[in-house]
Write a protein that binds this ligand. Structure first.
Ligand code: 5GP
Ligand code: ZN
Length: 143
């Protein structure tokens, strides 16, 4: 399947690459929320956060921390968002896992979603729902 980020990694498509090592590639987003908005991808293709193997994810996370610091410093940003959209309903449009690093400046933040309030007891119900599945998957977490 054709993947734009694999093509960028293979140099079949152009991108403003700012960093790479053996495992990851970082380049500027073509439609930035703010100038300097950077994407960090694994060189290998994984669809989303859940399908990236742990050792690979460790490397991507480490690189993202490093690059976020560099982006913040070089642009004199006040802060930054690290975002990963997973699934179409969450806004994912390129199905090759990536972290967004979005530099932020005073008073430019407009991403805050409308929030909900739990009705009485509902928070506990949601906690139970999540915990019941969590107990089934705990062994995977513990390796
Ligand atoms: P997503 O919507 O999957 O979270 O993020 C995909 C991002 O990739 C978008 O912000 C979009 O602007 C960026 N993007 C899509 N196609 C290209 C491209 O060809 N080159 C670059 N540099 N960025 C792209
Ligand atoms: Zn890909």
């Amino acid at each position: 399947m054709e993947c734009i980020f694999c093509n960028i990694n293979d140099r079949k498509s152009e991108a403003e690459i700012i960093f790479e090592d053996e495992h990851i590639l970082a380049f500027l987003d073509i439609q930035p929320v703010n100038y300097g908005h950077t994407l960090v991808i694994p060189k290998k293709h994984y669809d989303n956060f859940l399908t990236v193997p742990k050792d690979e994810l460790d490397k991507i996370t480490h690189a993202t921390q490093f690059i976020a610091g560099v982006v913040k410093r070089s642009l004199n940003a006040d802060g930054f968002n690290i975002i990963s959209n997973n699934g179409q309903s969450a806004g994912q449009s390129v199905f090759h896992f990536h972290f967004h690093i979005i530099p932020r400046f005073k008073n430019d933040f407009s991403l805050r979603p409308a929030v909900k309030n739990y009705t009485s007891g509902a928070m506990h119900e949601y906690g139970n729902k999540i915990r019941s599945i969590l107990s089934k998957y705990k062994d995977i977490y513990n390796g």
